[in-house]
Design a protein around this ligand. Structure first.
Ligand code: ADA
Length: 571
């Protein structure tokens, strides 16, 4: 688990990253597989995407991963998977323990009372599209869905009681007043157990809590009068360490989290961080690379964040799924503001009225919040990219998912990217109005962009959405890296640069209605294999990146960089 800080001093954690045994089983029903009979005839990296390797490129099917779990005793262990694509079933010693749906979120599996020694962990991992089993990944989405154990995995040793999670909330940034919720669990009732919280090494809370053989929760409130605030310009971070159990006791547990003291709120057309309006200058970013698929190694995460800073970005929309904690750690440190969204892409009423789909969405929302909530960089939660928010039949789904988000986290504004600026029926449910539009690319010419953006703004005002923050959450043009042409037509680097120059000038120099821009998109990425999609995606890539898939800058990179740096200067 390559987080940017050590999460445990007391709890023993064994990273499971490395090279695992692997078998590609193909078009096989997972229910028909006897894991004991699998012949592991290959090997695969974890984290990694098997179909980003040449041997399995472009293949869809059931696969099996295996490694030996080192269990030192017959106690309680917890497997933590940060992301497995798209569907998986986890077996320990041949016994199925859990299933998980959706590739971009963390889940855990408890492993209890196996005899000490090496025990086989087998994970059946499926990258096929199957609405019944996994409605969160569908073949028509506009990106390539890789498969594999794509984010880090680890084995935690738990004692008789353990900490499940810690949520840290800034209640009042001026007074530096914090509220912390600690969730814990136990196998046997222990009665009173000391719980202490330290921040940056100083004790801020101590209480004896009742540990019973069930879920428990404790709330702590304290203030940190001398602590520095977090903001994009000064991303000051603090660490909070919770310890449950006496320091000298054999059985005790701990968890360290990192946080920033900051408040996000909306006021009129502005998004405020600690009372200061921010202008969001950013890009949409997919987790994608031809050699790694969506399993980006640490080195690439670091260089992506470096490049975002070089570009002058203070904002990134994590399109279109929950972001990896490792990326969020880097954004926390860089002061890059993040829109973190649950997975979803152009769903119609067919899905948005289906209880099976909505239940999977709710789980995805919960899992996203569980990982993202302590990251100060996350300033917006989003759902359902470009779904049918113009269809009244879909409104209950928007109400339900946004309602759940509000319940899980009342401290962050909510949004969704709409491509229905003229007839959306759900915008009133969002705190921030976000519009995706492609004037000059899919519709009209570059010269039409100012009028189209003005029309959208006017229509939003007519619909009663004029007094809310507005983000243009997607806009852009395709350009083939290296293709420069006298005619400067579509697909040339010049066309993309001219289009984005027109957009930025119109939004931020001619006007000031918009508080944020997320250009579509940071890097080129492999498109879905669906024929219709591939036919209008040269190279079968979505080529709207400011950099290509290997992060080599196109001409538009320079244009945007100049603008973003200039616009960041004090006004
Ligand atoms: C949409 C969508 C993106 C991408 C983009 C494009 O608006 O939200 O995921 O598909 O268009 O490149 O056409």
């Amino acid at each position: 688990m390559t987080r940017r800080f050590r999460q445990h001093d007391v709890r023993s954690v064994t990273p499971l990253d490395g090279v695992w045994d692997f078998a590609f089983l193909g078009d096989v029903d997972p229910d028909a597989v006897n894991v004991g009979d699998i012949v592991f005839d290959d090997r695969m990296a974890v984290p990694g995407c098997f179909d980003a390797t040449p041997a399995y490129a472009g293949r869809r099917g059931l696969t099996a991963y295996r490694m030996m779990l080192p269990l030192h005793d017959a106690g309680r262990y917890r497997l933590v998977f940060d992301g497995v694509h798209h569907w998986c079933r986890v077996f320990v010693d041949g016994e199925p323990l859990a299933e998980h749906v959706g590739g971009f979120t963390q889940f855990t599996v408890d492993v209890v009372q196996y005899a000490a020694g090496d025990v086989a962990l087998v994970v059946l991992v499926d990258n096929r599209f199957d609405y019944a089993r996994c409605p969160l990944h569908l073949p028509y989405f506009d990106w390539y869905h890789y498969g594999g154990i794509s984010r880090p995995a680890a084995l935690h040793r738990l004692g008789d009681f353990w900490i499940d999670g810690v949520r840290i909330v800034t209640e009042d940034y001026v007074a530096r007043a914090m509220a912390v919720t600690v969730d814990y669990g136990a196998d046997i009732s222990r009665g009173g157990v000391p719980l202490t919280i330290t921040v940056d090494g100083g004790r801020v809370f101590a209480q004896t809590v009742d540990v019973l053989a069930e879920h428990g929760q404790v709330q702590a409130r304290f203030s940190l009068p001398d602590a520095a605030l977090w903001s994009p310009d000064a991303p000051n971070l603090h660490t909070l360490h919770v310890r449950l159990g006496a320091a000298d006791a054999a059985s005790s547990d701990d968890l360290r989290e990192r946080f920033g003291i900051r408040q996000v709120r909306v006021e009129g057309q502005a998004i405020l961080i600690n009372g200061e309006p921010v202008r969001l200058l950013g890009v949409n970013r997919h987790e994608a690379h031809p050699q790694f698929g969506s399993a980006l190694p640490d080195g690439l995460l670091v260089s992506d964040v470096q490049q975002l800073r070089d570009l002058g970005c203070n904002f990134v929309r994590g399109s279109h799924y929950p972001q990896d904690a490792r990326f969020l750690d880097l954004c926390d440190e860089a002061g890059i503001l993040v829109w973190n969204e649950a997975i979803g892409w152009q769903h119609t009423g067919e899905h948005l009225t289906d209880p099976h789909f909505l239940a999977a969405q709710e789980t995805n929302v919960r899992e996203m919040v569980a990982v993202g909530a302590n990251h100060p960089s996350v300033i917006l939660w989003g759902i359902q990219n470009e779904s049918h928010s113009n269809d009244p039949a879909c409104r209950p789904a928007y109400e339900r998912l946004l309602g759940l988000l509000r319940e899980l986290d009342p401290t962050r504004p909510l949004t969704f990217a709409s491509n229905h600026p003229y007839d959306d029926v759900c915008l009133d449910l969002a705190d921030v109005v976000s519009i995706n539009c492609y004037p000059g690319w899919y519709v009209g010419e570059i010269e039409d962009i100012p009028a189209e953006l003005d029309n959208i703004i006017a229509r939003l005002a007519e619909k009663g959405q004029g007094d809310k923050p507005l983000i243009i959450s997607e806009i852009g043009a395709g350009a083939i890296y290296g293709w420069r042409d006298w005619n400067e037509t579509r697909w040339s680097e010049q066309y993309q640069a001219r289009l984005l120059d027109t957009v930025i000038r119109h939004l931020f120099v001619d006007g000031d209605r918009t508080c944020g821009l997320a250009i579509w998109q940071y890097c080129d990425l492999r498109a879905a294999e669906e024929v219709r999609r591939a036919l209008f995606r040269p190279r079968a890539f979505n080529n709207k990146g400011l950099v290509d898939e290997y992060r080599r800058p196109k001409q538009a990179y320079g244009t945007v960089k100049q603008w973003y740096h200039k616009l960041a200067e004090p006004r």
